[in-house]
Design a protein around this ligand. Structure first.
Ligand code: RP5
Length: 173
């Protein structure tokens, strides 16, 4: 399995961030950055559904045993990685549609969001916002039972609220 950026610390990763290609990293790094900001141990890997199907199956089969609490999966175009990973493990999968070259990620979005009944993928917005929000959603899920994480999430939202209250129009400069 090829690792494009090992951001995991000494700690066991709680969240896996996987993507179909290293070309997805510019988008998926926004998920990794958010998890880092919250101090959530995570790992980042390229796992291509169609070019590395055996690796994908192995990752899914080991996810529970390895203690993963969520898997953020990004892909573009046909974008079958999130759905396949959801089929391979009961660990919640958060899908991020990566902007594609010709259809700007609308193909990725429809591919990821239109899972048949029975195998869900929580699907987020196309691009950077989706990647960041996938991380925030994973954090929110863990925060339900982890007060320290909930405090960080509350503080994050309070900063956002304060920033919005300080906005003026037209914006300066
Ligand atoms: C998908 O195909 C990847 O997720 C990526 O978004 C897209 C293009 O991959 P590359 O040709 O850049 O490797 O599998």
């Amino acid at each position: 399995m090829s690792s494009i950026a090992d951001t995991s610390t000494d700690k066991q990763p709680l969240i896996g961030i996987i993507m179909g290609s290293s070309s997805d990293w510019d988008i998926m790094k926004h998920a990794a950055d958010m998890l880092s900001d919250f101090g959530v141990p995570h790992e980042t890997l390229v796992i291509s559904a169609h070019r590395m199907p055996a690796d994908m199956a192995q990752y899914g089969a080991q996810a529970v045993r390895r203690g993963l609490r969520g898997i953020i999966a990004g892909a573009g175009g046909a974008a079958h990685l999130p759905g396949m990973m959801a089929a391979l493990t009961p660990v919640p999968v958060y899908g991020v549609p990566v902007p594609s070259r010709y259809l700007r990620g609308e193909d990725s979005l429809l591919s990821i969001v239109q899972m048949p009944k029975g195998v869900p993928v929580a699907t987020f917005a196309i691009g950077e916002a989706g990647a960041a929000n996938a991380a925030l959603h994973a954090i929110a899920c863990m925060a339900v039972t982890e007060p320290a994480l909930r405090d960080k999430l509350d503080a994050f939202r309070a900063r956002q609220t304060e920033a919005a209250r300080n906005m003026v129009v037209p914006p300066p400069g």
